[in-house]
Design a protein around this ligand. Sequence first.
Ligand code: SF4
Length: 398
Amino acid sequence: MESARSAKHWVTTFNLYSAPGGEAPTLNGVTAAFDMTRDQLAEALGDEPAYRTDQVWRQLWERGTWPEAMTDLPRQLREQLAKVITPALREVARSESRDKTVKWLWELPDGARIETVLMIYPGRATVCVSSQAGCAMACSFCATGQSGFTRHLTTGEIVEQVVAARAAAAPRRLGNVVFMGMGEPLANYDRTWGAVERIHDHLGISARHITVSTVGVVAGIRRLAQEDLPVNLAVSLHAARDELRNRIVPLNRRYPLSVLMGACSEYAAAKNRRLSFEWALIDGVNDTAQDAAELAELALPLGAHVNVIPLNPTPGYLGRGTPPDGVRAFCGYLMAHGVNATVRANRGTDIDAACGQLAANAGGRRPRTDAGLAIPAAAREALGEPVSRPGRKGATLK
Ligand code: SF4
């Protein structure tokens, strides 16, 4: 009987596999549950009858049930499965804000930490997932960028955040998934896209309710345009002239606005999906009438929706959010010039769960301004560009 197999056999079986997107981090040789394909699960179940695969798969994906609680399986099989189907996320802390926003701090098998945010609305919920531990892009105002890059997440580590949020949101329906947490999703393209497909195929959330954000990884936007699933694209713009954007978003030096807008236009044409521009409004930096006029000039031809978010405070950035009058004036200008614009309500600010505030308690942040940043070496690596460092050969992270 398969249920009599030793734990050693099961672990050995799983060591044969690597998760989609490459070498998944493992804990004692065990692959994260949501990195497994159905075939890998069937293989691991060995001589068990074929229906067991469906049984375990359904419990895991449809109900988020872990093996210990799969009470319709024989006890010995449950115990064996529990050794190889393990959560990738260990809850370190969970906080709930006054507006019911929930933020998790998770620890991954190798000790890296990430955050996930669940936003509750009447009758529905949206989860904001991380795609990397830390971020290499170094946007000046962002707490994640201030803490540096640790590593890419695997597909399963991204998916598991959605599964956990779905359980916490119940009985409300988890209707939307946004890739706007820690990290630049398109710098971790294969694993991000693997997660999109699994969220769509196995968790039943339609592509139209999945939003992938990017700070402007043009190569990734072009790949996205070739994919079958028409996800929403949100571009974190924050400035509409190169001189300013170079300072706020260092990646702009690699992909200037003319190139970025070209890729956005290709995506909108290929997918017929709404494009949105995210704009963190920073007092005295990007909130003038000139900024609004430049933004309108970019948004109008693309039919882009603009989400304005007054900058949330982070310990590592000296700028502050534009006061309410300035926010109203900025949006008023956009709307008066035909741009579809919304002021995004800040949710979870009191628990540091709002946009730009996720930092996974990484520490080591220093207050800074947005002046004079080159593209960081880690960002160039994350984009697949060779970077030489003393004592180290050029390497890529993709
Ligand atoms: S805004 Fe996004 S891309 Fe920029 S540093 Fe923060 S997480 Fe990374």
